[in-house]
Design a protein around this ligand. Structure first.
Ligand code: PLP
Length: 419
């Protein structure tokens, strides 16, 4: 049992349960470390095959034409993700912005996009135009949207997907659960969805919201039939080091189109200076498989511990992972808020502040968030959030190092004692 003597005071009972939880995680930890080793090799190989050099780590100013570091980082990401091409830019302000750029880059008036994993992530509803006012959504530009729900057991409705693809330009897949209690999709399953969609329509574009998924498995969606995917650099592929940004990866012709949307028609990806961002983006990507594995282990530990405490968790602690998120059903607003206070107290930055629920723009219920991160809002760093609605689930993610992540989880459990 870890000795925190003189540092942190935990009850003997909590430490005993933590010991048991960690024992239960032995096998899943072993699997996670095996995936980590493979993905670290994948990334190292992408660096060396693309001859990354010190010159690539310095950036440009102004227009940023011929920014060798930027262009090579695109190749490194593409290779590591088994994609033809990639667009990695610190100018993407968030995951939503990156996903939005990809959708607007590829879709045109009259096209239909079909989400085949039910409702998309909350903020994407306004991009698509399911919700929100006249803000320039896809719907306002005449892009049609339809949705196919997952089956009651959480699996995709392959027959409906094949049928819908016939009249669709794009099939939209969300890998991670987001703020829902549905299971996250395995990369293998994403491959099966892509195959079903292409049976219905060989030209359909299979798009994946890959947020929170990168490096959790050995393969990425672009290695199993997805045409395009996107994600945030303040989540997995930034390795806890990239201070901002996003990436789009996939088919060369589609990535090219996204470049025109990211800047403007005609100029596309050729412009966009990197200032002093290149080094952090390279370093972050290099660290990403390791940071992701630590986050996965923190997540497994959290699920194992809270299962011991009688909570339902999605996924179960020993289920194979495809993203870094775990949802824990806490059952009351008091317990949800206490949990978040504990996570906050276990953060390296702002450990002394008290998180409160607030009406966050883009979300339909009040949300409470705990995060004390080096990068504001970065959720590869230990963080927890949840909307104040039944069943008062908290979504926990991150942990740049397992030992500090575990401490945050222990403090959360301790804060809930007596609630
Ligand atoms: C985080 C996330 C996004 C985008 O969120 P941002 O906060 O804009 O970075 C989109 N989809 C999923 C599934 C996510 O987890």
């Amino acid at each position: 049992m870890t000795d925190y003597q003189g540092l942190y005071e935990f009850s003997p009972r909590l430490l005993e349960l933590a010991e048991k939880a960690e024992q239960n995680c032995r096998e899943i930890f072993r699997q996670t470390e095996e995936i980590q080793a493979y993905n670290e090799a994948k990334v190292l190989k992408a660096f060396s095959d693309n001859r990354v050099s010190a010159a690539h780590l310095v950036g440009t100013t102004g227009y940023g034409y011929d920014d060798a570091g930027r262009d090579n980082l695109d190749r490194v990401f593409a290779q590591a993700f088994g994609a033809e091409d990639a667009l990695v830019r610190h100018q993407f302000v968030s995951g939503t912005h990156t996903l939005s750029t990809a959708l607007f880059g590829v879709l045109r008036t009259g096209d239909t996009v079909v989400s085949v994993t039910g409702a998309p992530y909350d903020t994407m509803e306004e991009v698509i135009g399911i919700r929100g006012g006249k803000t320039g959504s896809l719907a306002e530009f005449g892009v049609h949207y339809r949705q196919i729900e997952l089956l009651p057991d959480g699996t995709p409705n392959f027959a409906a997907i094949e049928e819908a693809a016939k009249s669709a330009k794009m099939i939209y897949i969300q890998r991670s659960r987001g703020y829902s209690l549905r299971p996250s999709l395995r990369v293998e399953t994403i491959g099966e969805i892509a195959a079903a969609a292409k049976r219905g329509n060989p030209d359909v574009i299979v798009f994946v919201d890959n947020c929170y998924g990168e490096f959790v498995e050995k393969r990425e969606p672009t290695e199993v039939g997805a045409d395009l995917m996107a994600g945030s650099l303040i989540k997995n592929p930034g390795g806890g080091i990239a201070p901002t940004g996003g990436y789009i990866a996939g088919r060369e012709d589609l990535v090219e189109l996204c470049g025109y949307r990211a800047t403007c028609p005609g100029i596309g990806r050729e412009s966009g200076c990197t200032q002093d961002q290149n080094r952090g983006l390279y370093l972050g990507f290099f660290h990403a498989p390791s940071a992701v594995a630590n986050a996965v282990k923190t997540s497994c530990f959290a699920c194992a511990l809270f299962a011991e405490l009688g909570c339902r968790t999605t996924p179960r602690f020993d289920e194979p992972r495809t993203d870094i998120i775990a949802a824990i059903e806490l059952g009351s607003p008091e317990r949800l808020c206490a949990f978040c206070r504990g996570i906050q107290a276990g953060s390296p930055v702002d450990s002394f502040v008290t998180p409160e629920p607030w009406a966050m723009p883009g979300y339909s219920d009040e949300v409470i968030m705990a995060a004390g991160a080096f990068t504001m809002g970065a959720s590869l760093e230990l963080s927890a959030d949840g909307p104040l609605r039944e069943p008062y689930s908290v979504w926990v993610q991150g942990g740049l190092t397992y030992n500090t992540g575990k401490l945050g989880i222990l403090l959360a459990a301790q804060a809930m004692e007596g609630c």
